[in-house]
Design a protein around this ligand. Structure first.
Ligand SMILES: NC(=O)C1=CN([C@@H]2O[C@H](COP(=O)(O)OP(=O)(O)OC[C@H]3O[C@@H](n4cnc5c(N)ncnc54)[C@H](O)[C@@H]3O)[C@@H](O)[C@H]2O)C=CC1
Ligand SMILES: O=C(O)[C@@H]1CCC=N1
Length: 275
């Protein structure tokens, strides 16, 4: 028997989590998804007929042991205040997936003294390959910590952080990271088409290559740098390509990209925390 989870907001990330949980065997009947947008509700109920989709946040929360806050950061304060009375009465475990909103602000908006786990998942959760960083406030019990972990672990890797502030960096790395991966795949594919490969052939080879590299690195005892040298024959082809990527500043560019995302997460927290 699974705990009942109410998702407030049924958009991209909520559906990625819902799909991952169901694929892992979570009972559809134990999942609620509340969203004012009928298209978002349809996207849930057409795909998972047993999940309760509703436009009524209060109805979703009414039986939930876990509340997953999955609305945009900019509306989270207003949404939390509208839920505060019911949340104080029921005292569920609150899990926020919002980028750049501090757990302390969420707790305050909900009326205080609540167990809040702030986490940063990513969309590959939909296929059971998510990566999530989590941080708990002092009101979270050991059982609730296990519960939050079991939910995120059902959809991929889950890693606890000692310091909530590290979630800004996690957001920059794995929260936003799937988009970097997709851009990299697009760039590989387009370059291969320029070199004369048919689009579909380029797409399949690019995807399988990125997937294969990640799988090999995950399953290997060796680090990525060592695995890279195994591909790079002296005087061979890879050496020529890597020289272009290094001289083009790929590492520095990656640092600038992650820094910009981390800073945005931090700035959002400062801005929204003033509400
Ligand atoms: N998309 C991603 O890759 C990731 C997103 N996140 C976080 O997840 C949260 C949601 O992001 P997405 O799913 O991408 O956005 P989204 O726009 O797809 O979903 C948000 C949903 O909230 C609904 N909503 C608005 N007001 C509401 C209310 N009062 N009550 C209930 N629902 C309401 C909207 O109709 C919308 O369907 C954000 O805070 C984001 O920072 C976290 C990790 C990754
Ligand atoms: O772009 C965003 O703000 C959200 C958070 C991480 C991924 N998507």
């Amino acid at each position: 028997m699974n705990e009942t989870i109410a998702f407030i907001g049924a958009g991209n990330m909520a559906r990625s989590l819902i799909g991952g949980l169901i694929a892992d065997g979570w009972n559809e009947d134990a999942l609620w998804a509340a969203d004012p947008d009928p298209h978002q509700r349809d996207a849930v109920s057409q795909r998972w007929t047993g999940v309760h989709a509703t436009d009524d946040n209060a109805a979703a929360i009414a039986h939930a042991q876990v509340l997953v806050l999955a609305v945009k950061p900019q509306v989270l304060g207003e949404v939390c205040r509208s839920l505060a009375a019911q949340v104080q009465e029921r005292h569920p475990l609150v899990v926020s997936i919002a980028a750049g909103v501090r757990g302390a602000d969420i707790e305050r908006w909900l009326g205080g003294h609540l167990p809040v786990v702030r986490c940063m998942p990513n969309t590959p959760a939909l296929v059971g390959s998510g990566a999530t960083g989590l941080a708990a406030n002092p009101h979270v019990s050991d059982e609730q910590r296990d519960l939050a972990e079991s939910i995120l672990r059902a959809v991929g890797l889950a890693v606890w952080l000692d310091d909530e502030a590290q979630l800004d960096a996690v957001t920059a790395l794995s929260g936003s990271g799937p988009a970097y991966g997709f851009l990299f795949i697009e760039a590989l594919e387009d370059a291969a088409v320029e070199l004369g490969l048919p689009r579909e052939t380029a797409r399949l080879l690019a995807l399988q290559t990125v997937f294969g590299a990640a799988k090999l690195a995950l399953e290997s005892d060796e680090d990525a740098a060592t695995l890279r040298t195994r591909v790079t024959s002296r005087g061979g082809t890879t050496e020529q390509a890597l020289a272009q990527l290094e001289s083009g500043g790929l590492r520095e560019l990656m640092l600038r990209a992650l820094t910009a995302a981390r800073d945005r997460s931090h700035a959002l927290a400062d801005q929204l925390g003033r509400d």
